[in-house]
Design a protein around this ligand. Structure first.
Ligand code: XMP
Length: 539
């Protein structure tokens, strides 16, 4: 679904945590990006090496936690060096280009991390026309700026043809060009927002070096997806499993607008582990989008029964995952859809990258809890009947698409909610009573965040019911109430997270409101752990 006509930047992912940011930044410019495993076979993509095969105008070699000297460290298909396209090496990508071209890479005595000053030393007369143009387009000529670095290796001897254009405050090469080929290398990470000049540098590569045109818009994407869906699905029924989150809701909107309400079946499972009023809200939002076949499966009793007596996090997750699949199969069979039906999923580009399915062998599996491999999904995939209309989009793009399609703002800006629901936010055994207590407390927390206009500053916020009680007083009576933790974090993608610096007045007021309203809760705490070392969820 990438559209042959679009100008594209190919990103080779060698495993850096910031690779996804490169794609997001460039797409914000209005240019399409595609990310492949760093060592992907490029023969079908670069064709016979002629420039611009399949719309690709340039290639970025990403960073990596590895070192070029490590056995089995990822290396690109050699064709990338002979295809004639502009190349941008970032950190490891630069080291790789230098090493593969005959230069050396050295290990630093100490890893360098964070803000590092870079000064552009080369005068433009000493550089190739490409290099001089790049510096000028990025506004770097003769400049000093604060870059953002994260590396344990650095360039040693430059490969033949490579020229140093800038050095870091500690004296190693920070920007390197090739004096004949359109190759550019950065020891720092321009994709990280803290990197001064980062946007200008990426933009110089994309528009000046690669001469990309801005052709990536949501409107163009919708047109393309609609054409593809209409021809692939024709009149077959489509079933989409809805969680109520942003991704599946936007996927529903896209299917409904493209195929019409008669063809689209939406199934939603209320596991009893949902937030307050969630099921009713989901139903209303879907009906507003014009959905006609909404199948809400109420299976809370089954989940609570299965969870009885289970208190270990993994045990609970497995129990929920297994039961989810059993009920899903049973309920889908009950719909008696024609066998030719398609199964749609709201999978995002990042889900594929993170689960290691999209980008190939070397991609690290960071999360395994994405819904990419249930038996139902696997069976449909084997039949070639899976549709994933969002699988080329990043989360921010899905939100933009949702707005374009008229999905409720409440849904579009919703914080993520995990598949196992409140079960991973009730420590220890899950009971109906605890679900009810947590639901009330969480609803107060979230509605207060919205009222106080803090909700959109936070990436994810929720309450967690701990498995301990503590002593307090209510009037003259001692009470023994549950302890609740509030969590609020900021993040770019959930892979790492910082604690949200909660305004203390709001935090205290919200805590008071919770203990005054939910009588079973005696004490409220605020979780001040970042990820890593903690995870976002407590279980
Ligand atoms: P952690 O707790 O791993 O969470 O730092 C990262 C993000 O993933 C969400 N999460 C899940 N989402 N199924 C999901 O669909 C799950 O089992 C699951 N566990 C965690 C979490 O809410 C956060 O946004």
């Amino acid at each position: 679904m990438t559209g042959g006509k679009l100008d594209k930047i190919l990103i080779l992912d060698f495993g850096s945590q910031t690779t996804q940011l490169i794609g997001r930044r460039i797409r914000e410019f209005g240019v399409y990006t595609e990310t492949l495993a760093g060592d992907a076979d490029l023969s079908d993509i670069l064709g016979d090496g002629k420039n611009g095969a399949g719309g690709i105008r340039g290639v970025i070699l990403s960073g990596s936690p590895e070192s070029v000297y490590e056995k089995d460290s990822p290396a690109p298909d050699r064709r990338v060096y002979s295809c004639g396209l502009p190349l941008l090496g970032i950190c490891y990508g630069l080291q790789r280009m230098n090493y593969d071209s005959g230069g050396t890479v050295e290990s630093l005595p100490q890893r360098e991390y964070g803000a590092v000053k870079v000064s552009v030393t080369a005068d433009s007369g000493a550089l190739s026309a490409n290099g001089a143009l790049f510096l000028e387009a990025a506004g770097l000529s003769g400049r000093e700026f604060t870059s953002w670095m994260s590396h344990g290796d650095s360039l040693g001897k430059l490969a033949p043809g490579f020229i140093q254009a800038a050095k870091s405050e500690t004296g190693f090469p920070a920007i390197v060009f090739h004096n004949e080929k359109p190759w550019y290398g950065l020891q720092f990470h321009p994709e990280v927002t803290h990197c001064e000049k980062g946007t200008e540098i990426l933009s110089a590569f994309v528009f000046t070096s690669c001469r990309c045109e801005k052709s990536w818009t949501m409107e163009a994407y919708v047109e393309e997806i609609r054409a593809e869906l209409a021809s692939r699905v024709a009149s077959a029924p489509v079933l989409l499993l809805i969680s109520g989150g942003v991704d599946s809701s936007v996927a529903a909107a896209l299917l409904l607008k493209t195929l019409g309400a008669d063809q689209v079946h939406l199934m939603y499972m209320d596991t009893g582990l949902m937030r307050k009023d969630e099921t009713a809200q989901v139903r209303t939002a879907l009906e507003k989008l014009g959905a006609r076949h909404v199948h809400v499966v109420m299976c809370g009793e089954e989940f609570l029964a299965a969870l009885r007596g289970k208190s270990g996090p993994e045990e609970k997750r497995k129990c929920i995952g297994d039961l989810f699949m059993t009920i899903q199969e049973r309920e889908v069979a009950r719909l008696e859809l024609d066998d030719s039906y398609f199964l749609a999923q709201g999978t995002l580009y990042t889900d594929l990258i993170e689960s290691g399915k999209g980008v190939g062998r070397k991609a690290r599996v960071i999360k395994s809890h994405h819904n990419v491999g249930t038996p139902l999904v696997d069976a449909k995939r084997r039949q070639g009947r899976i549709i994933e209309p969002l699988d080329k989009l990043y989360k921010d793009e899905v939100r933009a698409l949702g707005r374009l399609l008229g999905v409720d703002e409440e849904v579009v800006r919703r914080h993520p909610f995990p598949g196992p629901g409140l079960a991973v936010r009730i420590l220890g055994e899950v009971t109906r009573e605890k679900c009810d207590i947590l639901r009330e407390a969480d609803a107060i927390f979230v509605s207060e965040l919205k009222k106080r206009r803090l909700y959109d500053e936070i990436w994810q916020a929720f309450a967690v019911l701990l498995s301990i009680r503590s002593v307090g007083v209510a009037g003259d009576v001692r009470k023994y109430g549950w302890v609740l933790a509030l969590r609020a974090i900021t993040s770019a993608d959930g892979m790492t997270a910082d604690v949200y610096p909660f305004p203390s007045k709001d935090l205290i007021e919200i805590s008071t409101l919770i203990t005054n309203t939910v009588k079973e809760i005696g004490r409220v705490t605020y979780d001040i752990s970042s990820k890593p070392p903690a995870t976002i969820e407590w279980e």
